[in-house]
Ligand binder design. Sequence first.
Ligand SMILES: Cc1ncc(COP(=O)(O)O)c(C=O)c1O
Length: 379
Amino acid sequence: MSTASHTEFNTEFLESLTHETPFFVFSKKRLTDNLKDFKKYFPSALIQYAMKANAEPEVLQTLFEAGSGFEVASVYELNMLKKIGVPADKIIYGTSVKPISHIKEFFEYGVDRFAFDSLPELEKIASVAPGSKVYVRVAVNDTGSVFRFSEKFGTSKDNIVPLLQRAKERGMDPIGISFHVGSQASNPMSWANAITSIQPAIEHLHKLDIKLDVLNIGGGYPCAYGTTETALTLEEIAEHTLPQYEKLPYQPKLILEPGRGIVATTAVLVTSVIGRVERQGATWLFLDAGVYSALFEAMAYQGSTRYKVTSMRHSYDSGEMLFALAGPTGDSPDVITREALLPQDLEVGDKLIFHDAGAYSLVATSPFNGFPRPAVYFV
Ligand SMILES: Cc1ncc(COP(=O)(O)O)c(C=O)c1O
């Protein structure tokens, strides 16, 4: 995945924008470059962009035109894809616990690939989407990832065989297995280890004459957010994952569902300072966007995504100091960070840029305290 300093987003360019803050600027080129990277390092895989990470119509359109498929989480997301004409065969319904009415609507649109992770969920799918293709989601080791899913989703690996057998008995087409190593993963072995953990089940199924069409290795591909942070590269993830995949008795088609890895680096958020105060030994800058209106993942208990933040005005001659950055609402969790290193003399009206802000930001805004979601521009 391409990293933070993009020529598309250099300061001169951002300074030339006269839009009222706060606003996001996205690079379409960056989107298609990131998609290309996935295709480069996983050449035989199907890429199903997890649109929950960012569902801006232009993001969806750009990725669709560049050949991406989509991993979809609800009828509401499906409707967005229908609007831009994405055909059913480009879509998988990847949440493993779903409202039955949503399953039905996906099926009516022609989508025929559904995740499940329990017997009741299989029964739901069988009842309203008969004969569909189903793949079982398994819980895997997700330690080291910032957002962990295995508590909430995925069956134990011992249930893979009985669940897929049951699917066959119910007249469904048991096509595969999926897992998610957790979002913003830090262990390059996570995907390889997950494949190792399900290899016995794949071998067992093979003996039972159930040959899988797909192995869905999910998302998790991280972004280097903070100034000092490094993140795994796709190259090193592929280097560990693909040899393990090759060790399977046969090679089902690989599916990847990147969300963050496709969109995180494609956008910056431009905000303005609306207040500067000294409080409890810290200097606080209040901004016109915060965790509710733009930067949900920066909220402490959401995993504290530490965005790189820079000042638009070059006033580093005055020296730098640590600031706490807060959003504009009257709520205490609306704190973006307590340690942003920025020019000392920042004041009301100065603009700050949050980098790599494309993922899980706009999709998670709320009009709390009345602040609207920031405007969105594309270059
Ligand atoms: C089923 C599924 N696939 C893919 C993703 C995307 O994950 P990431 O953004 O870490 O790539 C998610 C994220 O929640 C998910 O739930």
